[in-house]
Design a protein around this ligand. Structure first.
Ligand SMILES: NCc1[nH]cc(CCC(=O)O)c1CC(=O)O
Length: 318
């Protein structure tokens, strides 16, 4: 599925940027465009933002893990890139599958936002203060399992839709609280609704959370050179590690798991966690080493936690 057409003659500097149409996706596309404009001294109209609707945006009645998993937010955008209708795509790294379609690659990561999860409570300000058996909304397997680990008494209900939809459901009283990524709330200017910022230890984030990534065609040198100027290497190392951990574990998308890599100079420290859906059995792993060995470290962490959990761990809900 490689693009074979060659660019002949001088190419107009500029790129078509593909994105989903949610406010969060648009905010991410605009941030990417601003960084590209600044890095290359180009005007806004050098970067056309092309909105593409995906199946993930249209399916609202089921958890994504049932409807087909992460690829649902990226399929139509990737098709547009392979067709040449767009040059690059802007995504939340958290939504990216570990295996990309032939011919595409993640070519840049922007500096990571706050990777933590945030609790938004209606009356109780913290998860610990929620009343016995209160209702909390989340469709993420990881968040559901982490909630149940902390508070097995709470009733977790499915909460789908974009960030605004979930906040509206909360306003309507469908649930007493919900959990969203602090990064998304900040990008939308909505972080004032947060009542508790969850610690990385009590509530470790999903691999990729808080980091915007850019996908492009392998071999598209002009796109690659343009985005190289806005790549943030420490975030790139962190994401390489987290995605290697995910790839080592995530056969089915049905295992609740968390993983977060912290970069300190040329060092990387990764913490990973897998849980049963009820949060009662957990297996944690930490590894550290050189940031440039990110992929090997993430893979090692995945293999270690898999061995520690034993094969039976993954059988119940594969
Ligand atoms: N699956 C939806 C999604 N994908 C990325 C983010 C947040 C932004 C980010 O992690 O960069 C969200 C919403 C949420 O989890 O609250």
């Amino acid at each position: 599925m490689q693009t074979i057409s060659q660019d002949i003659g001088p190419k107009i500097a500029g790129l078509k940027i593909g994105t989903r149409g949610s406010l969060l996706a648009l905010a991410q596309a605009h941030e990417t465009r601003s960084r590209l404009m600044a890095a290359h001294g180009l005007p806004e109209d050098a970067f056309e933002i092309v909105v593409i609707s995906t199946s993930g945006d249209r399916i609202q009645d089921r958890p994504l893990s049932e409807a087909g998993g992460k690829g649902l937010f990226t399929k139509e955008i990737e098709e547009a890139m392979l067709d040449g209708r767009i040059d690059i795509a802007v995504h939340s790294s958290k939504d990216m599958p570990t295996v990309l379609p032939d011919g595409l690659e993640l070519s840049a990561f922007l500096p990571r936002e706050d990777a933590r999860d945030a609790f938004i409570g209606r009356s109780a300000k913290t998860i610990a203060e929620m009343p016995e058996a209160a209702v909390i909304g989340s469709s993420s397997l990881r968040r559901q399992a982490l909630i149940r680990r902390m508070r097995p008494d709470l009733k977790v209900i499915m909460f789908r839709g974009n960030v605004q939809t979930r906040l509206r459901k909360l306003d309507e009283g469908v649930a007493e609280g919900t959990i969203l990524a602090q990064a998304g709330l900040r990008r939308l200017g909505l972080d004032h609704v947060v009542t508790e910022l969850m610690s990385l230890e009590a509530f470790p984030p999903a691999p990729g959370q808080g980091a915007i990534c850019i996908e492009s065609r392998i071999g598209d040198a002009s796109a690659r050179d343009m985005v190289a100027a806005i790549h943030h290497a420490p975030t790139g190392h962190a994401l390489a590690c987290e995605r290697a951990f995910l790839a080592a574990l995530d056969g089915s998308c049905r295992t609740p798991l968390a993983g977060y890599a912290e970069i300190d100079g040329d060092r990387l420290a990764f913490s990973g966690l897998i849980l049963t859906p009820n949060g009662q059995e957990t297996h944690a792993v930490t590894v550290d080493g050189k940031a440039v060995d990110a992929v090997a470290l993430g893979r090692k962490a995945g293999e270690e936690v898999r061995a520690r959990a034993g094969t039976g761990f993954f059988d119940g809900w594969g």
